[in-house]
Design a protein around this ligand. Structure first.
Ligand code: ADP
Ligand code: ADP
Length: 239
């Protein structure tokens, strides 16, 4: 069975217009799927429904064999532990160091972490350091994240996602604020997580070239509708 199975997903924010209309798509375990489409196409809405940051208006979301469309409270927090998020603007705590931000992946995103290293066990700290090594930032583990470049900040975001031991990483425009070189590095690290760690990635992109290069599969959205679902080599430039 698919890791993520979305069916008939419809979302209306205002009660009449549809940000998403009857979208069906799946993500297999370890698969790298890009979602492409212009601004307003519904990409963020799809991701936010997938981890239930927002409730869909209609349709269902099945994750890891479990229907999560209506789960709440503790059950929802349990589901979210296996789904990591990566954001366009990184969502780091800038007065905290890289390793503190990575450890935040263990605590949940709302916690304040500056100076909180003492709260963690040696094995948790080792794991966080290992994740920073995996994204090439071992030398910056004890650097405050406001000192890092955009690409480095996003790699801290990836390390924070990895320490959650997720089954799925949801990345909402992770390279939209980065130059081409940093963008490529970030995409390579996500691709590595899929290939080497078996973590499925669902990545919103408006750069079609990166989607073509890095994805196993591409999902195209337009005006909230699914207009394409296939391999990169099947994508017709017109869609
Ligand atoms: P994107 O980065 O996907 O293009 P925007 O930058 O337009 O999205 O939106 C930034 C924030 O504003 C998001 O949190 C989104 O939920 C919210 N937003 C977007 N469109 C609207 C809208 N029409 N009404 C209210 N909030 C919106
Ligand atoms: P994308 O990520 O592809 O840019 P979004 O999912 O952010 O698309 O937006 C899809 C549509 O939903 C847009 O018309 C946007 O204005 C609207 N929208 C997004 N977030 C909100 C929100 N919080 N409130 C109202 N409308 C929203």
């Amino acid at each position: 069975e698919a890791l993520l199975d979305v069916r008939g997903l419809t979302k209306s924010y205002d009660g009449w217009s549809k940000a998403l209309g009857d979208v069906a798509m799946r993500v297999e375990r370890g698969e790298f799927v890009s979602v492409i489409g212009s601004s307003g196409a519904g990409k963020s809405t799809l991701l936010r429904c997938a981890n239930r940051l927002i409730d869909p208006t209609q349709g269902s979301v099945v994750f890891d064999g479990r229907n999560i469309t209506h789960v709440r409270g503790r059950d929802l927090r349990q589901v979210r532990r296996r789904i990591s998020m990566i954001f366009q603007h990184y969502n780091l705590v800038y007065r905290a160091t890289s390793i503190e931000n990575v450890l935040q992946g263990r605590l949940g995103y709302k916690s304040t972490v500056a100076g909180a290293l003492g709260l963690f066990s040696e094995s948790e700290k080792r794991r966080a350091f290992e994740a920073l090594e995996q994204v090439g930032l071992a030398d910056f583990a004890y650097t405050r994240t406001d000192q890092l470049s955009g690409g480095q900040k996003q790699r801290v975001g990836i390390a924070r996602a990895l320490v959650q031991d997720p089954l799925l990483i949801l990345a909402d425009e992770p390279i939209a604020s980065l130059d081409p070189k940093s963008s490529r590095t970030v995409m390579e690290h996500l691709r590595w997580a899929a290939d080497e760690l078996g973590i499925a990635c669902l990545v919103n992109l408006h750069q079609v070239d990166f989607a073509l290069e890095f994805s196993d599969r591409i999902v195209g959205l337009k005006g909230g509708r699914l207009v394409f679902d296939g391999r990169p080599d099947e994508l017709d430039e017109d869609t």
